[in-house]
Design a protein around this ligand. Structure first.
Ligand SMILES: [Zn+2]
Length: 468
């Protein structure tokens, strides 16, 4: 039977857009204060999950909410299971948007909003793909399950909880990254370095009272703030700071508050897997502070942040590594905080190539930290993920992609972070097409509506061919 997949997707375009908009309008940022049984990531993540499951029920699928951690929408019969994994939680909006990040505006062929491309649009595309296969009445020899998580952007407690209770698909794909196909994902480490100064040391013309930048391991901080005491020299500081910001190409402001000087710096946010695409506001502000005659207690903290963390390849941490399959190790300083009374913490997000060893990274990191007055206080390691290029799953997805786009389905490797690694045999498959800018986790995030429809068609054929 010849099926015109893109035409089938086009027919459902208006409904598809409506569902993505409805989900973008739910600001499903994780909210630990609002967490309760059935809504472990707060009320908005629960609301987004429930919206999607309700849509599944309305369309006649089997649905299940697994304690609010995750849920699924299923169709078909058979022993074997094909999985499609998406997520409905989003990172915070961040600063600098030119529109409301949760209004889901459609402008110039694009649907804007936090989560539009990561990962609400692609998750809804996969849902419509199932809907197309179902409505065409195509025979399936396997079951197909869209699994929807609520904690992908933080700790992956969603899939951990889900797969403790529900079966592992025999094979699957994840619409949460790039087309064509991602077969290798780096290992991911979240690590905390704690700074505990030995004894207060008053030397220095200025005292750092507090320092704060970043809210997530996996985002480059786009704002940093420091409070410095040592009044009477505000004019001089202003001049130095203006010059610094000009030279580095970042925006800064300075104001007085209760005898102290408050420095603010605006950088550029980016995904933690590609820290070189951003400008780390925390590292820049630390660099400026390290140039001042600061008190002896805070100086090692800002010097470490400025000198060691400015290199996103981890060379100064002694961690540099690269391989053919997956590229270079990267380091993002996602959270930096310090207070005069409480010491400091730096939260790192490290992505390491598939041939590197997490245990060796842990030892080196602990040693380097110790030399600078820090200690390794947290180390969470997610191993790299890799699927053999000869696997039936990859061959099928390559064939579908090439048929629908006319482009070669090259195999890619990335810094990682998709649900593919939660599957025994899973690869990331879209929904960002080659050549499109990656706006995930950035201001003015959007998805091209034509791409949303095209992805729906590709997913529909992929689901059919994997499950028939
Ligand atoms: Zn995502």
């Amino acid at each position: 039977m010849e099926i015109n997949w893109i035409e089938e997707a086009q027919k459902r375009k208006d409904d598809l857009i409506r569902d993505v908009q409805a989900l973008v309008r739910i600001p499903s940022v994780r909210d630990d204060d609002g967490a309760k049984p059935g809504a472990p990531f707060g009320p908005k993540v629960a609301e987004a999950l429930e919206y999607m499951l309700r849509r599944g029920r309305e369309e006649g699928f089997q649905v299940k909410n697994v304690d609010g951690f995750a849920g699924h929408i299923e169709m078909g019969e058979g022993e074997k299971l094909i999985g499609v994994l998406g997520h409905l939680d989003v990172v915070p909006a961040g600063d600098g948007w030119t529109m409301d990040p949760f209004a889901a505006e459609v402008r110039g062929g694009r649907l804007y909003g936090r989560g539009a491309i990561d990962d609400k649009g692609p998750t809804v595309a996969a849902f419509y793909a199932m809907k197309i296969v179902k409505e065409l009445g195509l025979p399936l020899g396997k079951r197909v399950r869209l699994i929807i998580g609520g904690d992908e952007e933080s700790d992956w407690r969603c899939v951990a909880h889900y797969f403790q209770r529900e079966e592992m698909p025999d094979a699957g794909f994840v619409p949460d990254a790039d087309f064509p196909i991602i077969y290798a994902e780096k290992g991911i480490i979240d690590a905390d370095l704690a700074y505990r100064p030995a004894a207060p040391d008053g030397a220095g013309a200025f005292t750092l009272v507090s320092f704060q930048a970043g809210r997530r391991y996996n985002m480059v901080p786009d704002a940093a703030e420091a409070v410095v005491e040592g009044a009477g020299r505000t004019e001089e500081l202003l001049g130095l700071y203006e010059q610094f910001c000009r030279e580095r190409g970042v925006k800064g402001s300075i104001r007085q508050s209760e005898g102290a000087v408050v420095f603010q710096l605006e950088g550029v946010s980016a995904h933690g897997a590609e820290p070189e695409r951003g400008k780390n506001a925390g590292v820049y502000l630390a660099e400026f502070l390290a140039s001042l005659p600061l008190d002896g207690q805070s100086l090692p903290f800002v010097e470490f942040a400025a000198a060691v963390l400015s290199d996103t390849r981890g060379r100064k941490l002694g961690l540099a590594h690269r391989d053919e399959r997956s590229g270079e190790l990267t380091v993002n300083a996602g959270m930096l905080s310090y207070s005069r009374d409480g010491g400091g913490t730096i939260g790192l997000n490290i992505r390491y190539p598939v041939t590197a060893d997490g245990g060796a990274i842990r030892r080196t990191l602990a040693e380097t930290a110790a030399r600078h007055g820090f200690s390794l206080s947290r180390f969470a390691d997610t191993k790299p993920h890799y699927v053999d290029p000869g696997h039936e799953l990859i061959r099928t997805l390559q064939r579908v992609y090439e048929q629908q786009t006319g482009e070669p389905a090259r195999l890619l490797s990335i810094g990682g972070g998709t649900y593919a690694r939660a599957l025994t045999a899973g690869v990331a498959f879209g929904a960002l097409f080659p050549g499109r800018p990656d706006v995930a986790h950035q201001k003015d995030e959007y998805i091209e509506i034509d791409d949303l429809v095209k992805a729906t068609a590709i997913y529909a054929q992929a689901i059919y061919e994997l499950a028939n």
